[in-house]
Structure formats: C-alpha cells, structure tokens
Design a protein around this ligand. Structure first.
Ligand code: NAD
Length: 471
C-alpha cells in the first residue's frame, strides 16, 4: 500500500496543508493500492507564489540555459521510463503496447523542444517593427489521468522552452504516475519554483488556478465540460488558454480501402488505451456497398483485441479506470441497445472469465445512425459504432456532423482521393491510412475539441506572447 503525502512546491517535497485523503485503485483488481493526501486552496496559492517568484529570473534565462535544462529533464525521464510505465499499468490499466509505444515519447518531447530552441528567433524585425516573443507569465497545467505523463511533458516542454514557470495540477486519480514524474523532475535539478506540482481536486485546486490573477495561461487536457468551466473562470482575468478536449473521431473506410488492413487499424484506433483516448476513432464510417465485408472483417479482427490483465503482454484491451467509468460505459452499451443499434460484438456486463476488475467487453454496434447518442457522445470506453454511407460526400457530411473535431482517419487505396476527402473533414488532425501522426504534426482540436495547438513551434508559442516595438 502506497502513501503519497507530499506535493512539490518551490523545489521541495512538502506535506500539503490539505488534509483530505483519497484512495487509489488498481482497476484490474478493484483493490485499494494507495492513498493520496490532496492539496487544498492554501497549497495552490503557495504553488502560484513560488512560480511567480521563480518567473522573475527564469523568464530572463538564456536559450542555452533552457536547452541544458530540457536535456536534463529528458535524461531524468529516460532514467525513470520503466517506473513511469509500471505506474500507468497499475493505476489505470494501460496495456503493454500503449506504455511501450507512448511513454518513450515524453523524454523525446523535451529533446525536441531543446532542438527547436536552437534556431528559434525570439526577436525578429518585420518592417519598422521589432517583434519580441516573450514568456507570457506563470502557467497552470491541468491534466487528466490517462497518459498523464505524456500530457504533462508536452506542456512542460513548451513552457520551459518559452521561459515560463508552471504550476501543474494533475488528476487526483493519477497520484502514482504523478509521484514518479515529480521525482524525475526533481532529479533534473531545475531552479526552485520553475515547476510546482499540486495534486488536488479540480473544483478546489483547479478552481484556484483558473481564477488566480497571477496565472497568465492555462494549458488544459481533459473533458469538454471542464474545458467550458475553465473558459468561464479564466474570462475574469483574460487568461490565455490551450484546451485539449474530448472527441468522437471518425474512421472513414472509402469504398476502395484495403479492408484487411484498414479494419484492424480502425478498431485499434477505437480501442486504443482501453477505449480511453480523446483522439480515438470511435465512429467507423463504412461504405454501404461493402457493409457486409466490413462486418465480416470486424468479426475476423476482433480476436486480436483480447481483453484482460494489462500486465500480460498478450492483452490488447485492459480495464477502464474506475467503477464510475465502468458504470458509465455500461450505461452507454444499454443505451445503444435501447436506441435500436445492433450488437455485432461485445455487449453489457463483464467479459467471460473476468469476474473482478473494471473490464468491459469490447463492443461494436451496427445499424447505427449518426443521430443516436452512442454516435454523438464521447463514451470513453471500448465501445464503437459502425455507420454506413452512400458516397464520399455523405461520408464527409457524417464525419463532420459532430460537436467535436479532434482527429479523423481516412482509409483508401487511392492517396489522391483520400487527400481530397481529408481536406474536407473538420478535425485538427486527419490521418491517411494510419492512426498516429508523427510528432512533427501540431496536436489539437477544432469545434468543441478545444482551442490552440501543442507540439514543437505550436507548443512553444502557446507559452509566448508576441510584442511589437515600432520605431
Ligand atoms: P476531466 O475533465 O474530468 O478532468 C481533467 C482535469 O481537470 C483533472 O485534473 C480534474 O481534476 C480537473 N478539473 C475538474 N474540474 C475542474 C475545474 N472545475 N476547474 C479546473 N480543473 C478541473 O477529465 P478526465 O476524466 O480526467 O479525462 C478524460 C477526458 O479528458 C475525456 O473527455 C478525454 O477526451 C479528455 N482528454 C482529452 C485529450 C486531448 O488531448 N484532447 C487527451 C486526453 C483526455
């Protein structure tokens, strides 16, 4: 049983002023595996004060100093890769494929930011203007429990490269991942106060950060509903915002797609991270002329999405994160049935042989229209829908008929045709015959999937403010 009873403020592990103790669970066993003492408003204020003090000097550091610091962060994250991976599996059931594929991206983000800094011009001349890109002030970083290491690293890389200090508020249910990550940050020996980490409740610590007059920017990854609340709070003091929110991404199978490869790829996107991925392709759009073949290909591919113990390398789909999430996903499966969708595979209840653990049967519905709630709302579990279309125009129109716009996939054997469709799909990222963008692509959504972009120059400039000095 772990006890996590420290937060990280001003370069020190300190016991929080907050006294609430919250349990931590292993979703594969439903057992309590630890307890975390949560920060409160007083801790949030202390963290902001430390970040503000540090900003005075950190905002004036040279590129070279920040490059060295980013490399140190990369090295200390690399050192703790195995622990970071183990924490994800233990705390939210992430499977081997996910931890091995995605966690190594975190140190790479610091290296990429360091490389970007080498050639980045903070001062430019345009006409009669000197344009100065300045760190915009203390930033709050608020993150969800899924892939929290990657989301925190992504934001820290941009903020530190910019010369901005940070208060991180990770999810209250990712305290084990946060503990390892905080130790890695501490080992990188940053100046005190540059990064402060306070795990606490959203409506307590998060609320202080998003309304605090000394916070200039909020970098948020999480649900659309909380993103809206943050915008409202931040409006009082005109904070800059980057909001990475929810999604209901389409995977469009054009009628010339190679279904033998496209269908397993579309399913892999939908079931990614046990179905708990903002950019998952949860709506499979299938040509009516090949619907039977798509259904057959799904049936053939499903055995590869083996559900079970996330520590077993053969497992592709682990449990969902919590009892609450399990109940929510079960509700959506029942709702799909009530709405008249047909179960192609999966369904309500636990998978056979898994009586314990928040395991969901990987579920695919057919007979779905884009008006059904299972096609419109983010479920955040391994539940996918297949929606038929007549032609490319209708595929685009269904793809875009959603409040979200984070990521989409287009599968076709004709790249030119796929490009034509991709250009019309409203999403921050549209992938052709693949389910991951490489890390040069900006990341972020349109419509209710968010505001702003992360990665590389976009991620750096998210923490900078351009000013003009004109002569
Ligand atoms: P969530 O929105 O419930 O919580 C995210 C974070 O916000 C947590 O740290 C939480 O404590 C905090 N929070 C909650 N209320 C707050 C408030 N009033 N003020 C400030 N902070 C507050 O999301 P979650 O359940 O942790 O994660 C799942 C959601 O995140 C899904 O909707 C998913 O799509 C989204 N997500 C988006 C991305 C992306 O990059 N677009 C990535 C991962 C997850």
């Amino acid at each position: 049983m772990r006890t996590i009873d420290h937060v990280y403020i001003d370069g020190q592990f300190v016991i929080p002023h907050g006294t609430e103790i919250s349990p931590l669970y292993n979703p594969a066993t439903e057992e309590v595996i630890g307890r975390v003492r949560l920060a409160d408003e007083t801790d949030a204020h202390a963290a902001v004060a430390a970040a503000k003090r540090a900003f005075a000097t950190f905002s004036r550091t040279s590129k070279e100093e920040r490059i060295a610091l980013l490399h140190r962060l990369s090295a200390s994250f690399t050192e703790r890769l195995d622990d970071l991976k183990a924490a994800m599996t233990e705390e939210y059931g992430a499977v081997r494929g996910i931890v091995d594929g995605l966690i190594p991206l975190a140190p790479g983000m610091f290296d990429a930011a360091a490389k970007l800094l080498e050639d980045y011009e903070f001062t430019r001349t345009r006409g009669t203007n000197t344009i100065v890109m300045e760190p915009l002030g203390v930033a709050a970083v608020i993150t969800p429990w899924n892939l929290s290491t990657v989301f925190i690293a992504q934001k820290l890389a941009g903020a530190i490269a910019a010369g901005t200090t940070v208060v991180v508020k990770p999810s209250e249910i990712s305290a084990i991942q946060t503990q390892v990550l905080t130790e890695a940050i501490d080992a990188a020996d940053l100046p005190p106060g540059v990064v402060n980490i306070v795990t606490g409740r959203g409506n307590v610590v998060g609320n202080v950060l998003t309304s605090h007059p000394d916070i200039a920017k909020v970098g948020f990854t999480g649900s659309t509903a909380v993103g809206q609340q943050i915008m409202r709070n931040a409006a009082e003091t005109f904070k800059r915002l980057t909001l990475e929110l929810g999604g209901k991404g389409p995977s469009i199978l054009l009628d010339d797609a190679d279904l033998a490869s496209a269908v397993p790829a579309a399913l892999a996107s939908g079931f990614l991270n046990n179905g708990q991925t903002c950019f998952a392709g949860t709506r499979i759009l299938a040509p009516r002329s090949r619907l039977d073949e798509v259904v057959e290909a799904i049936g053939k591919a499903m055995p590869a999405f083996r559900v079970g113990d996330p520590t077993d390398p053969a497992t592709a789909v682990g449990p969902v994160v919590s009892q609450q999430q399990f109940d929510r996903v079960q509700h959506y499966i029942r709702l799909g049935q009530e709405e008249g969708a047909q179960l192609l595979t999966g369904g309500p209840g636990r998978p056979e042989g898994l009586a314990k653990g928040w395991y969901v049967r990987p579920t695919v519905f057919t007979g779905v229209t884009n008006e059904m709630r299972v096609a419109r709302e983010e479920i955040f579990g391994p539940v996918l829908v297949v929606i038929p279309f007549e032609d490319d125009d209708e595929a685009v129109s269904i793809a875009n008929d959603t409040p979200y716009g984070l990521q989409a996939q287009v599968f076709s054997s004709d790249t030119e045709r796929a490009r034509g469709v991709a250009r019309q799909v409203q999403a921050g990222t549209v992938l052709i015959n693949r389910i991951f963008a490489d890390d040069e692509a900006p990341f972020g959504g349109i419509k209710q999937s968010g505001i702003g972009r992360e990665h590389h120059t976009y991620g750096l400039e998210a923490y900078l403010e351009p000013r003009a000095i004109s002569e």
